[in-house]
Design a protein around this ligand. Structure first.
Ligand code: RAM
Length: 396
């Protein structure tokens, strides 16, 4: 294992340990049951409060650390009947320093540990394919049993992931997919077009039906953001969006400072700009601060963590974001863990129609994905606004 990667893993252990120790992460079911028939974002309000109760009732266990891996399994039979004895399950997020990625990893780690396995959590130094390739190489040398990865590039990881699969490692992805050849299946947080439609309708609504708007994305290679943007562009061809003008897609690379700079640039380049849509939790919180602090009349929507966005959500001039969407990132990680264990045990191979158990999250079914591979959809996106943000801001 390369030194840099060991450092990275140990840093991840410390970050994740601190995070779990703070007790601010709770986990629960996004939908109550596995679902390929997720309901629309608009109908999420009642689901949302039911989810809140379930989410608040379960908590993440404390994390133990070792030099070999982020954590060792607790050894009890835990939440599942998967055969985890002596097995190691890795999660590779997009990058370090992003609270969304830490929450996702905490859900993965919680499930693996409670099931008696060993979890390896790696947050690469940068949100690049190169950083993930060296992590994958290292995990192959460590002989982990599974890798579940949130990809920084859809195609660039293929050779490394193929090498991992050739070595007998079960490979899946979560949050941001790799191409179908590089994965058994993909844990998708919500239907791609459902997210695209929720965001486009928010832009239409918040703009009052017409005018200039811009997108502030993550990296230009991020498969999840690019899929949502493509979906928005396709939806925007419908007649009801004809008076909206998309002036620019800016990239803040999921870095706070770059996202801040990009927001400032958008505000000064487009004096008539009405709305910024940021389909990234890092981008939306940076943009919210810039807009709110400057007293700009530009409004914001997108995908944000309630814990980071609560102070910016509101219907009046004093708040930059009327409403936004997300899902439970802890549950994305939990579902990634169950998927990894089910693949390792041969309960699933990644084919459409296969089903598997996910503890208190119920049964999930693998479905066909639009790219020709398969996916497992966590559930619908949830809407956060002034009516519910206070109950969510301490959850994730
Ligand atoms: C950022 C990351 C992540 C994405 C969320 C919405 O934290 O880009 O991949 O799912 O935003």
């Amino acid at each position: 294992m390369k030194k840099k990667v060991i450092g990275c893993i140990l840093a991840a252990a410390m970050v994740t340990g601190m995070f779990a120790g703070c007790g601010d992460a709770s986990s629960g079911s996004g939908t109550g049951e596995g679902s390929s028939s997720a309901s629309s974002a608009a109908s999420s309000e009642s689901d949302s409060s039911a989810q809140a109760d379930s989410v608040k009732s379960t908590s993440v266990q404390a994390v133990s650390e070792s030099a070999e891996a982020v954590s060792s399994g607790s050894g009890d039979s835990g939440t599942s009947s998967y055969n985890t004895s002596g097995k190691t399950y890795a999660i590779v997020t997009k990058s370090a320093g992003n609270p969304y990625n830490e929450k996702e990893a905490s859900g993965f780690q919680e499930v693996i540990e409670q099931s008696g396995g060993t979890a390896v959590v790696v947050h690469p130094d940068a949100a690049t394919a190169d950083a993930q390739i060296s992590v994958i190489q290292s995990l192959i040398s460590q002989k982990v049993n599974t890798i579940c990865i949130a990809a920084n590039d859809e195609n660039a990881l293929q050779a490394s992931l193929q090498q991992a699969m050739d070595a007998g490692i079960k490979v899946s992805c979560l949050d941001s997919k790799v191409n179908p050849e590089s994965r058994a299946t993909f844990v998708n947080q919500a239907g791609t077009d459902e997210i695209g439609e929720a965001l486009m309708d928010a832009v239409l609504d918040i703009s009052g039906g017409s005018g200039e708007w811009a997108i502030l994305s993550a990296t230009s290679q991020a498969a999840n953001q690019n899929a949502w943007i493509e979906s928005m562009k396709k939806i925007m061809e419908e007649d009801k969006y004809k008076d909206l003008k998309l002036v620019e897609i800016a990239y803040g690379d999921d870095e706070n400072q770059k996202s801040t700079d990009q927001t400032q640039a958008l505000l000064s380049k487009y004096p008539d700009l009405k709305v910024i849509c940021a389909p990234t939790t890092v981008g939306i919180s940076a943009a919210a601060k810039v807009i709110q602090d400057s007293g700009s009349s530009v409004k914001l929507t997108g995908l944000g963590l309630p814990s980071e966005m609560a102070q910016y959500i509101g219907d009046d001039d004093a708040h930059s974001c009327p409403y936004m969407f997300l899902w439970n990132p802890i549950d994305v990680g939990r579902l990634g863990a169950y998927t990894s264990m089910a693949l390792e045990d041969g309960v699933i191979t990644g084919k459409s129609g296969e089903t598997f158990q996910t503890g208190d999250m119920g049964e999930y079914t693998i479905t066909d994905a639009a790219d020709g591979g398969t996916e497992i959809i966590l559930g619908p996106p949830f809407r956060f606004d002034s009516s519910n943000i206070d109950e969510w801001k301490d959850v994730y």
